[in-house]
Design a protein. Structure first.
Length: 247
């Protein structure tokens, strides 16, 4: 591969409704040197229109992986960034397209990365954003910010290529000090934490408010590695044991 680091970046499209957008996204990726396309429950795929719009990027479509859930699609990724044009009630860490390109390339030195795009009609849901470490916004015209899905993929993959070219010659450390834990391990931690908070009656499952979303934001900023996550799980296990003895 021309820029090897780009192979560690996965473009994830969720609930894509128009097959032509999948093909056009594949073409946009190939022009910028990315090869890893993942789809979550697309309405139509494979499809003749996706093939037609892909033009010379049929190899990207042929290697595309399809998943039943978003969680499965990002399970092996240490950094997950969602592309969203809407601001949220609870502010998530946020980058513009250029800043996101630099951030992703730096993270890809040590971890697999997912760049996530929601459906054409509604974008990313709050539940999908909960699984992202941060959000990416394309600084479009505020009076008309609507951008076609494939066009958004083109803008972001261009910025990734620019950042990767700028990073050529910068070597990753032989033994990286910080490798973020995979998304599937982080989700296990969140579920363990939620259950422990319920058990000690800190979290009311009938009225959770925004507690777990704010907790996710806190740990998403920290990007804990596997050892740190194991320490946190160990603390929770100790609390669980103490709580069980007190019953």
């Amino acid at each position: 591969m021309e820029l090897e680091i780009l192979s560690k970046i996965k473009v994830v499209l969720i609930h894509t409704t128009h097959p032509g957008n999948i093909g056009a996204a594949a073409r946009a990726m190939k022009t910028m040197g990315l090869t890893q396309l993942r789809l979550v429950t697309p309405r139509y795929f494979p499809h003749d229109e996706a093939t037609a719009r892909a033009a010379g990027a049929i190899d990207i479509l042929d290697s595309t992986q399809v998943y039943a859930t978003f969680a499965e699609a990002i399970a092996d990724c240490g950094l997950v960034l969602g592309v969203s044009a809407r601001l949220r009630t609870i502010a998530w860490p946020q980058w513009d397209a250029r800043g996101a390109g630099r951030h992703i390339i730096a993270a890809a030195q040590n971890a697999q990365v997912a760049l996530v795009f929601g459906s054409e009609r509604v974008g990313l849901s709050n539940e999908e954003i909960d699984r992202c470490h941060g959000l990416v916004q394309i600084p479009a015209n505020s009076e008309y910010a609507s951008l076609n899905l494939a066009a958004a993929v083109q803008v972001l993959t261009y910025e990734l290529r620019v950042a990767a070219l700028a990073a050529v010659g910068v070597e990753a450390t032989a033994r990286p000090e910080h490798v973020p834990a995979d998304a599937q391990d982080v989700e296990r931690f969140y579920e363990h934490l939620r259950q422990t908070l319920v058990d000690v009656e800190f979290l009311d499952p009938e009225n959770p408010r925004q507690l777990m979303r704010r907790v996710r934001r806190l740990f998403n900023r920290a990007l804990p590695d596997t050892m740190e996550l194991n320490i946190l799980r160990g603390i929770l296990a100790a609390v669980d044991a103490k709580n069980a003895k007190a019953r």
